[in-house]
Design a protein around this ligand. Structure first.
Ligand SMILES: [Fe+2]
Length: 239
C-alpha cells in the first residue's frame, strides 16, 4: 500500500485481500501521508519503505529508498524515482501501467511548495519526468480534481473539452471509484505539464503578467513558476 493515512480503511482492505506480504511505501513525510503508518504497522506487522532522507521526518522506516531503486509491491515491480519540490524527500514509484505520484502530480494540478517545498526543484522534477510514457495512469496522493480543473478552466475559458472535464470532476463521487487519468490526458489538460507550450506562456502574460519572474532566464521554468504562484492565489468560485 502507498501512504495509508486512513489506517482503518487500509487495515480492512488488507484483511479482505489477505495478501502473503504487506508493505507500506511512503512517498514523503507530510503528516497527511504518514499519520496512519504506526497503526497499520501495529495491526499488520508490515515493513515500511520510505525515502532514505526521511530519517529526519517523524516516521519510522525499515528500508530507506534511493533514486533508481527497484522494489516489488503488491506483485508489481516498481522503479523508485526521486521527485523533490513539494518536499525535498519526495519520491514517486513507476510501474508498467501506472505511477504512484504522491503529491507531485494531481489531476489538473501539482503539489504546492508551501510546506518545506522548493519551486525550482518542483519544476526540475516535472521536466525530468516529462519523458515518461503517456499511457501510464497517475495515482495521485489526493483527489483535488475539481479545484484544480477550476483553475485550469479559469485560465483557458474557451477550452470546451476542459470545461467538460471540470463538469465531470464536479459531479464525481467517491463511490464512482478512483479517477486515474493517463499522463497523456494530463498533458492535454493540465497546464503544469505544458510548461513548454507557448500558449500557456502567452495566457499567463495576459492574466498573470506580474507573476512571471524576469530573473528566471529559462522560459519554461518561468512559465511553470508563474503557474504555481497563480494556482496558490486562485480561489475556486464553485465546490
Ligand atoms: Fe504533501
Amino acid at each position: 500500500m502507498v501512504d495509508p493515512v486512513d489506517a482503518g480503511v487500509a487495515i480492512r482492505a488488507v484483511r479482505q485481500l489477505n495478501p502473503a506480504r504487506v508493505r507500506i511505501l511512503v512517498t514523503h513525510g507530510h503528516p497527511d501521508h504518514i499519520a496512519g503508518n504506526d497503526e497499520v504497522v501495529a495491526a499488520l506487522g508490515c515493513e515500511v519503505l520510505a525515502p532514505a532522507v526521511a530519517a529526519r521526518w517523524p516516521t519510522r522506516h525499515d528500508v530507506g529508498l534511493r533514486d533508481g531503486d527497484r522494489i516489488e509491491l503488491g506483485g508489481e515491480p516498481l522503479e523508485i524515482r526521486y521527485a523533490p519540490g513539494h518536499t525535498d524527500d519526495h519520491l514517486i514509484a513507476i510501474a508498467d501501467s501506472f505511477v504512484a505520484s504522491g503529491d507531485l502530480w494531481f489531476v489538473g494540478g501539482c503539489g504546492h511548495t508551501r510546506a518545506g517545498g522548493h519551486l525550482p526543484s518542483l519544476f526540475d522534477s516535472f521536466r525530468r519526468m516529462s519523458a515518461l510514457p503517456g499511457h501510464l495512469r497517475i495515482l495521485p496522493g489526493h483527489h483535488y480534481a475539481s479545484q484544480n480543473l477550476a483553475f485550469c478552466a479559469d485560465l483557458f475559458p474557451e477550452d470546451e473539452a476542459l470545461a467538460a472535464r471540470l463538469t465531470a470532476a464536479r459531479s464525481w463521487r467517491r463511490e464512482d471509484g478512483p479517477w486515474l487519468p493517463t499522463l497523456d490526458e494530463e498533458r492535454a489538460f493540465n497546464p503544469f505539464h505544458r510548461f513548454a507550450d507557448p500558449r500557456v506562456e502567452a495566457r499567463l502574460k495576459t492574466r498573470y503578467a506580474d507573476l512571471l519572474d524576469p530573473t528566471l532566464r529559462d522560459p519554461e521554468e518561468r512559465t511553470f513558476s508563474a503557474l504555481r504562484r497563480a494556482r496558490d492565489l486562485f480561489v475556486a468560485t464553485a465546490p
